[in-house]
Design a protein around this ligand. Structure first.
Ligand SMILES: [Zn+2]
Length: 403
């Protein structure tokens, strides 16, 4: 489970590195597509073959088919027929989303059953008791139960169990959640270290503290002091780009040089370069697949565009007060717009993906308008291709010290 830095940029904290796992090495900076239940949405697992790392959710795999079944079928690689690395989360994020949003944000569209209230029945120092959104079955997650499930699932990179507090807590409640999260992460680490999985699965601790810089640094120091083999940045990093960049920038001098850093849940084209320049090695996000399902195609950012959206430029940009992710800019093409109806052009004439080589904007517009699932699948395939190629360009720019 080696980690090696191949190049450090002379113009920022960006670095090109390699995380060696039993299922091959992960070249970073890496964009990590989300394959929630063991597949990306709308496209088969083979659509992410070109990505070194993909992200699956322990919570969803626990609900169905269960960690035991994944283990019986040979673990997540064998189960999904993917030979390359996986990362799984702890399940904490989804469970606490159930608690604080009734599952609206995380679980929308995953079941035809009417919305179930009070799905989290009990949270105490031991862990969280909750009901399956799928069939109402009682489930339990604790640091030990989460790590044990992640051992069974068998991803190469796994994540410590944490409490996800809602945005905007009072200082007192935030501190209470923060302290519990650290106790839970230490229990996760102790459980993992006493298992036979330390040589095959790298455990990431999560930096918490929401938008409080003092707590973020304290959390990071805690993880380094306990020697977590990987560092993930989680929780709320703010509601605007300004908050997000200043928070992650503020941590960069303490981010470790000898182990990987992952940012949980953020990875749109506009944010990627500044975040990588703060020292982030990998980022998972549903961004390209979700955009694809909504008929929004990504366009290739040029080298000049990437450089002009560097951290330095972003910190003085007019877009700083925008939401931290999700805004459509000049790199997004909304294919359902009437202007594409008679277009014979491909989505992106510089793109070499099978979709752009074969289909026109007009045809994709038609499929989307007719609600043909092929339309969503094709745009998703193209978007994944753009993310993969963009990361390759970014790695070249870092090696050339241009980012
Ligand atoms: Zn394409």
């Amino acid at each position: 489970m080696d980690y090696s830095v191949l190049h450090r940029s002379s113009s920022s904290f960006a670095r090109v590195s390699s995380i060696l796992t039993q299922h091959g090495s992960i070249l970073t900076p890496a964009f990590v597509p989300v394959c929630t239940t063991g597949s990306p949405k709308c496209v088969p697992m083979s659509a992410v073959d070109d990505f070194d790392l993909v992200f699956s959710n322990t919570y969803h795999l626990l609900v169905h088919p269960g960690a035991n079944t994944v283990a019986e079928l040979g673990g997540i690689h064998s189960f999904t027929s993917r030979s390359k690395p996986f990362i799984t989360d702890s399940g904490g994020f989804q469970v606490f989303s159930l608690k604080y949003t009734g599952g609206r944000d995380e679980l929308k569209g995953r079941t035809n059953k009417p919305k179930q209230k009070n799905m989290v029945s009990k949270i105490d120092e031991d862990g969280v008791h909750f009901r399956s959104y799928r069939d109402g079955r009682q489930l339990f997650l604790s640091p030990e139960a989460s790590i044990s499930a992640q051992h069974q699932i068998g991803a190469d990179l796994i994540v410590a169990f944490d409490e996800l507090p809602p945005y905007g807590l009072t200082q007192k409640r935030l501190q209470r959640s923060f302290d519990r999260t650290h106790r839970w992460m230490k229990r996760s680490l102790d459980f993992h270290n006493s298992s036979a999985h330390t040589s095959t699965q790298r455990l990431y601790g999560i930096v918490h503290g929401e938008t409080n810089m003092g707590l973020r640094l304290e959390s990071l120091r805690f993880l380094l002091q306990h020697n977590f083999p990987g560092i993930a940045i989680g929780g709320s990093v703010g509601q605007t780009r300004k908050e997000m960049y200043s928070l992650i920038c503020g941590m960069r001098s303490l981010l470790p040089s000898d182990r990987p850093v992952h940012l949980l849940g953020i990875g749109d084209l506009q944010s990627i370069v500044p975040l990588i320049q703060c020292g982030v090695d990998s980022l998972d996000s549903t961004y390209p697949t979700k955009a694809g399902r909504h008929g929004t195609a990504l366009l290739t950012p040029s080298v000049d565009w990437l450089i002009s959206h560097s951290l330095e430029n972003s910190l003085v940009s007019a877009t700083l007060d925008e939401p931290a992710a999700g805004r459509l800019n000049e790199l997004h093409l909304v294919l359902s717009k009437a202007e594409h109806q008679q277009s014979a052009e491909p989505i992106d004439e510089t793109c070499t993906c099978p979709v752009c080589l074969r289909y026109s904007r007009g045809y994709l517009h038609h499929l989307l308008k007719m609600h043909e699932s092929a339309g969503q699948s094709l745009v998703t395939l193209h978007n994944l291709h753009i993310m993969r190629n963009t990361m390759e360009t970014i790695r070249h720019l870092i090696r050339d010290n241009k980012l």
